[in-house]
Design a protein around this ligand. Structure first.
Ligand SMILES: [Zn+2]
Ligand SMILES: [Zn+2]
Length: 301
């Protein structure tokens, strides 16, 4: 007899303590179909997860912008407008829901979305949640001072300049993240220290007393709200030595007993599930629970 792969998975509210077991990613699955800086069809990305042994995965496409100034350069190049992006996002949900139904015997798909935290984003996110009823949210901050700082080293430099110093950029980033977590209550807090992306001195920087204080404050809020954090493996794909968050922050998370779940932050078939095994080994070695909480939509404030 073939055992049911999802026997541990709750499909109703009566088994809340149940955990998901085995390889997982709760942040990623960006596809060329629905994201200009990703590659490949969503269906092929999901097939890849199935092929490498995933029995559960969360897909979290980027939300569309609400203002043209938040369009990425490649979107502008392709002549995409805010309207096009919204329609494409609607097609993402139609597609992911169809795949979820079609593949239900092979993989459990959680249809999520990765939110932003640019100024005035809250009513927009609220509208998207009401319109598309995602299974859960990943809450990310990619913008400080209206600049998408992680886009390139140039945009990072511009954000540092706008904030006045690299330390000020970190401080603004963690303040924005605090507000986002409070308001959005994302099930998963995405790449907690993404602000370090183009900073070679980040290991020392995150220990700076003022930055450290903001990091502790944000982690305390995450703990208080019962949220989950993203062990974001994308830096490993770029050849960097450690995932987000950095080791010193991971230790703070472990001591607070905040659940961490791997996220490949994949942007194409080749990245699907990449380094998840390394991430799980790291979590095991550090003493984290590797039974994963089941994603759900939390009520926004
Ligand atoms: Zn992306
Ligand atoms: Zn992101």
């Amino acid at each position: 007899m073939i055992s049911k792969p999802f026997s541990l998975t709750p499909f109703n509210g009566t088994t809340r303590s149940m955990k998901l077991l085995g390889p997982i990613s709760l942040h990623g699955g960006h596809s060329g179909e629905f994201c200009c800086h990703a590659k490949d069809r969503l269906a092929d990305i999901i097939q890849q997860y199935i092929q490498i042994g995933f029995r559960q995965v969360g897909i979290t496409e980027h939300i569309p912008p609400m203002h043209p100034k938040f369009l990425y350069p490649e979107e502008i190049e392709q002549g995409l407008t805010v309207d096009h992006m919204y329609q494409r996002f609607a097609r993402y949900f139609t597609t992911i829901r169809q795949l979820k139904t079609d593949l239900t015997d092979r993989i459990q798909i959680f249809a999520g979305m990765e939110t932003e935290a640019f100024p005035g984003y809250l009513p927009h996110v609220r509208h998207l949640v009401a319109e598309f009823s995602p299974d859960y949210l990943v809450g990310s901050v990619h913008h400080v001072a209206d600049i998408c700082f992680d886009y390139s080293s140039q945009t990072y430099g511009a954000a540092v300049k706008a904030c006045g110093s690299i330390q000020a950029l970190y401080m603004d980033y963690f303040d924005r993240q605090f507000e986002m977590i409070q308001a959005v209550r994302p099930f998963v807090v995405g790449h907690f220290d993404l602000v370090r992306i183009h900073d070679p001195d980040y290991t020392a920087r995150v220990l700076h007393p003022e930055i450290d204080r903001k990091i502790n404050r944000n982690l305390d809020l995450i703990k208080e709200l019962g949220l989950v954090m993203d062990l974001n493996l994308r830096p490993l794909t770029r050849g960097e030595p450690e995932p987000y968050p950095a080791r010193s922050i991971l230790e703070k998370i472990r001591s607070r007993r905040i659940p961490m779940v791997p996220g490949d932050d994949s942007h194409g078939v080749a990245q699907a599930g990449k380094h998840v095994d390394t991430g799980i080994r790291l979590l095991e070695k550090m003493g984290f629970d590797t039974g994963w909480p089941v994603p759900k939509l939390l009520e926004m404030k």
